[in-house]
Design a protein around this ligand. Structure first.
Ligand code: MRU
Length: 336
C-alpha cells in the first residue's frame, strides 16, 4: 500500500493521494508550487492534522529549493511560508511544521545550506510522523480486546498521516495481534470523512467496519453496542481540551452519559502549550456550500438560508478518559 503523501525530490514535488476523490478514484497528484500545496490543504485534497504538517514541511522545502536563484531568497521563502500558514487555521501540526522549517531557514545564512538543511528537516518530519503513529499504535492497542465494538468520528487513520494514522493506529496494531474488533464509523457530516475515508481505509485493511449517520451514534450507545470511542485531534490545549472534527463533542457527551470510555489519540506535535484551554483554539469556518449543496444533485436548502459550518468543535478535557500519545498514555488531569 502506498503512503498518503511523500516527497519526490527528483521531481521537486510533493505527491499526495487526492482525498476529495476517494473512495471512487485513487488519484495521486504531484504538487510542485506553494500555491498548489496550500490549495490542496485548503480544499482537503490532503487533510488530517499530521498529514497537513507533513505537506507544509515539504512545501516549505520545495519553496526554498525553487527560490535558490532568487535575488531575495529569504524574503521569498518567508512569503511562501506565510501562504502555507494561511491555508487552514486549526491543525497545530501545520504551524508546528512551519515553525520548524522557519527555524532551519533562519539558522543558515547561505541559501544553498538552508535548502539542504530544510530538505533534511522535511525528511525528519516525515520519519517522525511514521514513528509517532507507530508508538501511538503500541500504547493504544492494549485498550482494545477481542470482540469489542469501537466508535470513531471523522478520519484519523492512515489517510490523515503518512502511513498509520493516530486514532486508527491502535486499531490496526490490535488487529495485527489477532484481536477482532468491530468498528463503527460515523459518516461525519458535512464532508463525510467517515464515510468516504475511514470506511474506505478500514474496508481496504480487512477490518470489520459499519457506517452510520452521526445522529445514530447515541442510539447505538443506548443499546449497549459501543464499548469504547477513539478519535484524533487537530489541536490539544495545555489543559487537555481537544479540538476535533465537528460532531466529536456530541459523541463525547453521549459517551459520558452512557459510561463509555472516550479516548483521544495524538502525537505530541498536536499539543499546543500556548493555548491554555480550548477557548484559545481558532476554529475554522468553512463554506456554506459544504452543508447545502456540495454532495447533492440539487441544493438541499433554500438558497438564502444562513448556514453555520464550523469545521471543528472542542471536547473539554473532563469528557476524555485518556489521551494516547507517542510518549505514553495520559489520564486526567492532563499535564503534558
Ligand atoms: O477537516 P479534516 O478532515 O482535516 O479534519 C480532520 C480531523 O478532524 C481529524 O480527526 C484530526 O485531524 C486528527 S487526524 C489524525
Amino acid at each position: 500500500m502506498k503512503d498518503t503523501l511523500w516527497l519526490d525530490d527528483a521531481k521537486s514535488a510533493l505527491v499526495i493521494i487526492d482525498q476529495t476523490l476517494l473512495p471512487n478514484e485513487e488519484v495521486f497528484r504531484s504538487l510542485t508550487t506553494t500555491d498548489q500545496i496550500a490549495y490542496a490543504i485548503k480544499r482537503l485534497a490532503v487533510r488530517g492534522a499530521p498529514a497537513i504538517g507533513v505537506a507544509a514541511a515539504c512545501g516549505a522545502y520545495l519553496a526554498a529549493k525553487n527560490a535558490l536563484d532568487s535575488r531575495d531568497f529569504y524574503g521569498q521563502v518567508r512569503e511562501e511560508l506565510a501562504i502555507l500558514a494561511a491555508s487552514r487555521p486549526t491543525a497545530r501540526n501545520l504551524f508546528w511544521a512551519l515553525e520548524r522549517m522557519d527555524a532551519v531557514l533562519k539558522a543558515h545564512p547561505v541559501p544553498a545550506d538552508a535548502v539542504a538543511a530544510m530538505k533534511a528537516e522535511a525528511e525528519s518530519i516525515i520519519a517522525e510522523d511514521i514513528e509517532s503513529c507507530t508508538a501511538i499504535g503500541e500504547y493504544g492497542a492494549p485498550f482494545f480486546r477481542d470482540s469489542m465494538h469501537v466508535l470513531t468520528h471523522c478520519n484519523a487513520g492512515r489517510l490523515a498521516a503518512v502511513r498509520y494514522g493516530t486514532a486508527l493506529a491502535p486499531i490496526y496494531r490490535a488487529a495485527e495481534k489477532g484481536v477482532k474488533l468491530k468498528v463503527y464509523a460515523d459518516e461525519t457530516r458535512p464532508l463525510l470523512q467517515g464515510a468516504r475515508l475511514t470506511a474506505y481505509e478500514l474496508c481496504s485493511a480487512g477490518i470489520d467496519c459499519t457506517l452510520l449517520c452521526d445522529n445514530m451514534a447515541a442510539g447505538l450507545m443506548a443499546k449497549g453496542e459501543i464499548d469504547a470511542v477513539i478519535v484524533g485531534s487537530d489541536r490539544v490545549a495545555a489543559n487537555g481540551d481537544a479540538a476535533n472534527k465537528t460532531g466529536t463533542l456530541s459523541v463525547a457527551v453521549a459517551a459520558k452519559h452512557f459510561g463509555i470510555p472516550f479516548y483521544v489519540a495524538v502525537p505530541f506535535s498536536t499539543i499546543d502549550p500556548s493555548c491554555a484551554t480550548g477557548h484559545d483554539i481558532t476554529i475554522e469556518q468553512r463554506s456554506p456550500r459544504e452543508v447545502t449543496s456540495m454532495w447533492y444533485a440539487k441544493p438541499m436548502a433554500p438558497e438564502n438560508v444562513k448556514v453555520y459550518n464550523p469545521a471543528f468543535d472542542v471536547t473539554p478535557a473532563e469528557l476524555i478518559t485518556a489521551m494516547i500519545t507517542d510518549k505514553g498514555v495520559f489520564k486526567p488531569p492532563f499535564r503534558f
